[in-house]
Design a protein around this ligand. Structure first.
Ligand code: PEP
Ligand code: MN
Length: 259
């Protein structure tokens, strides 16, 4: 099926290009974010991610800097001419974020937050809709329809792993969701090998698998000093190591997309 192509700041999400979104799980301060953005931009990354409002399973975990982190991300995006991506967690923050951030991300915990999806439909910012950790593909597509029905067709799906009995990885990455989505819908689809595996040593191979499976892109948590990350350190990849993913990802993408 023909993919919707979503244009943003000269980049497109859809079938005609590979998109790689990278950056820290959570924005920790302006200096570190600018330094990450600078390094990512030097290796050709055009999309910068970073969380401001973190929905943590434990209330005792770091929950992000809040609004100020959105301002930091906006500044980093402007300085390095990058597309910014950050998680929207509640209706009350939509206006604030939509004005400052290019792409709003709906995390796994909010996939079925229908008031939030309805509100996002009133904006034109592209929305990355992550798969709920216990959602079927049908439920996920139905959630996407909420955003489209409310007026915003710029929806990108993101497979980020689902809950299964397997505990060797944080979640079970459902790569088969990629070709299923491509066959049954027109939404672009990307894969998050970071949250799906929870282990940095698996991120490279699963990002290759994602693109081999036909995904339009990947979103990868990266930092200069991954072990020191305040959130999701275990799955965060060092930027210098991440740099080695890019050429093979592009090669895999060319093979798949010329077939
Ligand atoms: C994220 O990508 O920042 C995130 C919170 O991921 P998930 O919702 O998949 O856990
Ligand atoms: Mn994370």
């Amino acid at each position: 099926m023909q993919r919707n192509t979503i244009q943003i700041k000269g980049q497109s999400f859809g079938d005609d290009s590979l998109q790689i979104i990278a950056g820290p799980c959570t924005i920790e301060n302006l200096d570190s974010l600018l330094s990450i953005a600078s390094s990512l931009s030097e290796i050709g990354i055009k999309c910068l991610r970073g969380g401001a409002y973190k929905l943590r399973t434990s209330v005792h975990s770091f929950r992000g800097l809040g609004d100020i982190a959105i301002d930091y991300l906006q500044e980093a995006g402007q300085r390095f001419n990058m597309i910014t991506v950050s998680e929207i967690t509640e209706v009350a923050k939509v206006d604030y974020m939509a004005e400052r951030i290019d792409v709003l991300l709906v995390g796994t915990r909010n996939m079925q937050n229908y008031p939030l999806l309805d509100r996002l439909g009133k904006f034109s910012n592209p929305i990355i809709l992550k798969r709920g950790m216990a959602a079927t593909i049908t439920e996920w597509l139905q959630a996407a329809e909420y955003i489209v029905e409310a007026g915003n067709s710029n929806v990108i799906l993101c497979e980020r792993g689902i809950r299964t009995f397997e505990d060797a990885t944080r979640n079970t990455l459902d790569i088969s969701a990629v070709p299923v989505i491509k066959a049954t819908s027109s939404f672009p689809i990307i894969v998050d090998p970071s949250h799906s595996t929870g282990k940095r040593e698996l991120v490279k191979s699963m990002s290759f698998a994602a693109i081999a499976g036909g995904a339009n892109g990947v979103m990868i948590e990266t930092n200069h000093f991954p072990d020191q990350s305040l959130c999701d350190a275990r799955q965060t990849v060092a930027i210098n190591e991440f740099a080695s993913f890019i050429a093979p990802l592009k090669s895999i993408w060319s093979i798949v997309n010329s077939a």
